[in-house]
Ligand binder design. Structure first.
Ligand SMILES: *Cc1c(COP(=O)(O)O)cnc(C)c1O
Length: 394
């Protein structure tokens, strides 16, 4: 027996365990201090009432012989695929239901989609980055190159035609930087992918935070994207499904290479290795798109947006350079006093009892930067901002 030796090349992620250790050590030394957590990448508000009602109703159906459901379609029930199709058509994006695949979340699909691609492809990922894109490709032994995201380009790298890539990752609005591409900027990426014969894996998990139509809520707003882009989206951040698990992936039928179709391959892959999302969860997800569900989830998003506004407003007042906030639950800023990411983490924890996420944990280009999340409590966020203002003013 031989193990997949590529696993020994996967970097151990010490980011969140190091944060937890540092916070625990601080708490042990200062048990009375009120530590405020603005480091979380998870939602905190509960599921919308319309969603919970749908879960209850679906559980009731499962309790009756006449309405009980066993195995469902691997690619998702029609009622949910149709609802997702409707969500796209609101924005003038036309995808057909058979191009939409329901899954247990974007993270699984982002990893699983790699089954479709040869190991010999070169992968282009932005730095800093959501670690899943890198680790899944390291596990498969693919060559990875990086697109520099930095202060100079507002953490929105643009294509470089001297670089050859086969698989391109784009996450917009971005985790960790909160930066979002405009439709015009995505058009440049689509044109580049088209020229290189590459595929774009577009992570739209945070599209729901965008309100200004200048920013793209889908890559399919760029012309020709249906020939080269696969889009991943999720109910996790949109409707608080991080623990409920549901997402979708759009695999256009137009993506074909060497006589193979990405859509047909993905259907084959899913029907072989996946048995679908629970009926109850799919009913819950469909309820997100009802008028009540929309209004209720939008109220939760508005709550997070308001937190983001508080954070962004404080940084503006302090004259600290940042990205995100307006169309993202993340605010990514330059550490003051020329501090390194971890140095600033310690400074903030020790002097303001506020926990954030050091940018260095997301890649080399994250050094010197810091991420705050708007997913916390309003009161905690407001208090954290008062403390940060006091600590960093003048
Ligand atoms: C949270 C998040 C997701 C969503 O993942 P799920 O598996 O659907 O919960 C996807 N991409 C990024 C960058 C994220 O931060």
């Amino acid at each position: 027996m031989l193990f997949n030796a590529n696993y020994s090349n996967v970097n151990d992620s010490y980011l969140f365990s190091t944060i937890a250790k540092k916070v625990a050590a601080y708490r042990a030394a200062a048990p009375d201090a009120k530590v405020l957590r603005l480091g979380i990448g998870d939602v905190t508000l509960p599921l919308a009432p319309a969603v919970v009602d749908a879960i209850r109703a679906a559980a009731g159906e499962m309790a009756e012989k006449a309405t009980f459901r066993g195995y469902g379609p691997e690619q998702g029930y029609d009622f949910l695929r149709e609802a997702v199709r409707g969500y796209y058509s609101e924005r003038g994006v036309s995808v057909s239901a058979d191009e939409i695949f329901i899954s247990d979340g974007a993270k699984s699909d982002l990893g699983n989609i790699l089954d479709l691609f040869s190991q010999n492809n070169t992968v282009l990922v932005p730095d800093p980055v959501y670690p899943v894109y890198v680790d899944t490709n390291v596990m498969a032994g693919r060559r990875i190159i990086y697109a520099d995201a930095n202060e100079g380009n507002g953490f929105l790298p643009m294509p470089d035609y001297s670089v050859d890539a086969d698989i391109i990752y784009i996450c917009s609005p971005n985790n960790p930087t909160g930066a979002a591409y405009t439709v015009a900027q995505l058009q440049e990426w689509v044109d580049y992918a088209d020229k290189k014969g590459a595929v774009i894996l577009y992570d739209a998990a945070y599209e729901c935070f965008i309100r200004d139509e200048k920013f793209a809520r889908s890559i399919y707003l760029a012309k020709g994207a249906e020939n080269c882009a696969i889009e991943f989206c999720s109910f996790s951040k949109m409707a608080g499904f991080t623990g409920t698990r549901c997402g979708w992936t759009v695999v256009p039928r137009a993506i074909e290479r060497g006589g193979l179709s990405a859509n047909k391959m993905w259907l084959r892959r899913q029907t072989t290795k996946f048995n679908g999302v629970p009926y109850i969860v799919q009913r819950a997800a469909a309820a997100v798109f009802t008028p009540e569900g929309r209004a209720q989830t939008e109220a939760n998003l508005a709550y997070y947006r308001e937190n983001a506004k508080l954070i962004a407003g404080t940084l503006e007042k302090l004259g600290i350079w940042f990205t995100g906030g307006g169309h993202s639950p993340y605010i990514w800023f330059k550490c003051p006093f020329g501090m390194g990411s971890w140095e600033f983490f310690d400074h903030l924890l020790g002097n303001a009892q506020v926990v954030g996420t050091p940018g260095a944990g997301f890649g080399a280009n994250g050094e010197g930067f810091f991420r705050l999340s708007a997913f916390g409590d309003r009161e905690d966020t407001a208090e954290a901002m008062e403390r940060i203002e006091r600590l960093l003013a003048k």
